[in-house]
Design a protein around this ligand. Structure first.
Ligand SMILES: NC(=O)c1ccc[n+]([C@@H]2O[C@H](COP(=O)([O-])OP(=O)(O)OC[C@H]3O[C@@H](n4cnc5c(N)ncnc54)[C@H](O)[C@@H]3O)[C@@H](O)[C@H]2O)c1
Length: 267
């Protein structure tokens, strides 16, 4: 029996990257988990698995149920299908982790150019859809059931880019800032039902996509003791697991920056 035994968790964007590490953390605490990605192929894009089915097979653990589900979180019909599929196969979702997202433009790669004035409209729209609108649609699909059952915990994904001015990655920062504020507003709206809504805002974290899509500083690649480095995915996943479960039972509407203390400022 783990802390999350009896819970059903849906982790969006978990065929690879931070999402996959979060799935491992939730399974270790006994949750049944729906592993989700936009497509079967998504885990292969940066070499993290042959496909989603293979990733799900590798995560099979005695005593917990795991399923794989695909769909685009920025498409309302697709989100409804994901929610129904998970409910049919695992039962009511009590933990929703909105991890899917990233600074990924219309073509499936980082927007270029990526500034406040020069980003293309198609890339700006894609980044907002993939991050902010996708998070809103998933909450709209799952949270009403949590309210009805008076049981649920949601963890949304911001970024340290949401908390200070950035350039480039401007629209991405704006999308993450919108997620952070939506987290606060939704927490207020569902408070009376006992449903908790929180967010994490990671600093730069060594997921495969992070390492593949940006110039990295070799001095930042270590594992500590210095905090002046990139995060390990497990350092984000353990915080998400904390916010998901009962140890954070009286915390809601909060945004936890997990950045090794890099951004020590108010708000
Ligand atoms: N790695 C970092 O440095 C870092 C820092 C701050 C925040 N984040 C956030 O953490 C989350 C995970 O990032 P990661 O670094 O593991 O990257 P990643 O690309 O490995 O993970 C993102 C996942 O979301 C999925 N996804 C993207 N758009 C989708 C859509 N429309 N529908 C369904 N699935 C979709 C991707 O296929 C992928 O599985 C993202 O929200 C990202 O913005 C990452």
């Amino acid at each position: 029996m783990g802390e999350l035994t009896g819970h059903v968790a849906l982790v969006t964007g978990s065929g690879r990257g931070l999402g996959r590490t979060i799935v491992e953390a939730l399974i270790a605490q006994g949750a049944d988990v729906a592993i989700h990605d936009i497509s079967e192929d998504a885990p292969a894009q940066y070499g993290e698995g042959a496909n989603l089915t293979a990733v799900a097979a590798a995560l099979v653990t005695p005593g917990v149920r795991t399923i794989a589900v695909t769909g685009d979180i920025s498409d309302e019909a697709s989100v409804a299908r994901i929610a129904a599929d998970v409910a049919d196969r695992l039962g009511p979702v009590s933990i929703l982790i909105n991890c899917a997202g990233g600074d990924i433009g219309a073509g499936g790669t980082k927007p270029s150019p990526n500034g406040a004035l020069d980003i293309s409209l198609s890339d700006a729209t894609a980044v907002m859809q993939r991050n902010f609108i996708g998070t809103v649609l998933m909450c709209r699909a799952i949270v009403p059931g949590m309210i009805a059952r008076n049981r649920g915990s949601v963890v949304n994904f911001g970024s340290t880019n949401a908390h200070h001015g950035v350039s480039p990655e401007v629209i991405y920062g704006c999308a993450k800032a919108a997620i952070v504020h939506y987290t606060r507003c939704l927490a207020l709206e569902v408070r009376a039902a006992g449903v908790r809504i929180n967010a994490v805002s990671p600093g730069p974290t060594m997921s495969a996509r992070f390492l593949a899509t940006r110039a990295t500083d070799p001095r930042m690649m270590g594992e500590g003791p210095s905090l002046d480095r990139y995060a390990q995915p497990s350092e984000i996943a353990s915080v998400v697991a904390f916010l998901a479960g009962g140890r954070s039972g009286f915390i809601s509407g909060q945004v936890l920056r997990v950045d090794g203390g890099d951004g020590v400022y108010a708000a």
